[in-house]
Design a protein around this ligand. Structure first.
Ligand code: HEC
Ligand code: HEC
Length: 249
C-alpha cells in the first residue's frame, strides 16, 4: 500500500490510482492476470466491453475434463501420438507401487493439470515427466485430472517410529524458532490438501515427498511458498515430516 499512497501529486491521478489499488487488493488472488486487469479496465468503454469479451476467451480454451477419456489414456496411452500409459509407473487407479513414482489418486485436478503443464513447458524440470507430458494436449491433461481426482485417496504408513513425533510436531505446528509454518495450514490437518492450490500429501510415498522438498530447497522446483519453507528444513526434519505424512489420512 505504501507505494499506492505515495502518488499524491496529482489529485485526479491519485484518486484513479487508489481505486485501482483497491480493485487490485479486492481481487484476492493477486495473480499476474488480475494485476493486469485493472489497468485495462480504466476507460468506461473498456469496462463495458470486458464482460462481453470474457466468455469468448474462455470458450476458446478447453475447461472441462472427460474422466472416461482420461481413464483410457491413463491405462493404455496412445501409441499413435506417442503418449505412454501412465499406469506403467503411477499404478492402477493412481496408486503407484514404487516410492520414486508418486501416487496420483485423488490429487486435486487443478494441481495435476498445473504440474503437467509445468513439465511440458519445462518449468518443472524432470527428465522423465518432461518426456511424458510433451505429447499431452491441454484437453488430455484435463481428462487425466478428471479421472484421477475421482479415485480413492491413497493410504500409506509411517515407517520410522523414532521420528514420528518430530514429524507430527512439524506438520501440525511448524517450528516457530526457525520460522517454519505448520504444513497443516495449507495442506489441511488430515493431509487432504485444499483445492485448488494446495496438493494432497497424505498417504504419499515419503521418499517422493522428501525428494520434492529437496528440489524446493535447492530451487530445482520453483514455488515461492514452498521454496521459502524448504530452505529452512534440515534433512532430518524433511525425513521426519514426510514419513509422518505417509501415514496421514
Ligand atoms: C516411466 C515412469 C512414468 C510414466 C510412464 C509417467 N510418469 Fe508421471 N511421474 C514419474 C516420476 C518419476 C515423477 C516424479 C518427477 C519429479 O520428481 O518431478 C512423476 C510425476 C508426475 C506428476 C506430479 C505429481 C505431483 O504430486 O506433483 C504427475 C501429475 C504425473 N507424473 C502424471 C503422469 C501422467 C498423466 C502420465 C501419463 C501420461 C505419467 N505421469 C506417466 C514417472 C512416470
Ligand atoms: C503457505 C502454504 C503452504 C505451507 C504452509 C506448506 N505448503 Fe507445501 N505446498 C504449497 C503449495 C502451493 C504447493 C504446490 C506447489 C506447486 O504448485 O508446485 C505445495 C507442495 C508441496 C509438496 C509437493 C507435493 C507433490 O505432490 O509434489 C510437498 C512435499 C510439500 N508441499 C510439503 C510441505 C511441508 C512438509 C510443509 C510444512 C513444513 C508444507 N508443505 C507447508 C503450499 C504450502
Amino acid at each position: 500500500m505504501l507505494h499506492c499512497s505515495q502518488i499524491s501529486k496529482l489529485p485526479r491521478l491519485k484518486e484513479l490510482f487508489l481505486s485501482l489499488c483497491s480493485i487490485f487488493l479486492l481481487s484476492a488472488s493477486g495473480s499476474a492476470a488480475s494485476a493486469n486487469e485493472p489497468a485495462k479496465a480504466v476507460p468506461a468503454a473498456a469496462v463495458a466491453a470486458a464482460p462481453a469479451a470474457a466468455p469468448t476467451a474462455i470458450a476458446a480454451k478447453p475447461s472441462k475434463g472427460d474422466a472416461t477419456a482420461g481413464e483410457a489414456l491413463y491405462n493404455s496411452g496412445d501409441a499413435s501420438r506417442g503418449v505412454v500409459a501412465c499406469i506403467t509407473c503411477h499404478g492402477p487407479k493412481g496408486m503407484s507401487a514404487v516410492a520414486t513414482w508418486p501416487k496420483l489418486a485423488a490429487q486435486h485436478g487443478t494441481y495435476l493439470t498445473k504440474q503437467l503443464k509445468s513439465y511440458k513447458d519445462g518449468s518443472r524440470a524432470n527428465p522423465i515427466m518432461m518426456g511424458m507430458a510433451a505429447t499431452l494436449t491441454e484437453q488430455d491433461m484435463l481428462n487425466l485430472a478428471a479421472y484421477l481426482v475421482k479415485q480413492a485417496p491413497p493410504q500409506g504408513e509411517a515407517q520410522d517410529k523414532a521420528t514420528l513425533e518430530l514429524g507430527q510436531l512439524i506438520y501440525r505446528g511448524g517450528i516457530a524458532a526457525k520460522g517454519i509454518p505448520a504444513c497443516s495450514a495449507c495442506h489441511s490437518p488430515n493431509g487432504a490438501g485444499i483445492p485448488a492450490q494446495y496438493p494432497r500429501l497424505g498417504g504419499q510415498w515419503a521418499e517422493y515427498n522428501a525428494a520434492q522438498l529437496g528440489y524446493f530447497r535447492d530451487g530445482t522446483r520453483k514455488n515461492v511458498q514452498m521454496n521459502m519453507i524448504a530452505v529452512k528444513l534440515s534433512d532430518l526434519e524433511m525425513k521426519a515430516v514426510t514419513d509422518y505424512m505417509a501415514g496421514l489420512h
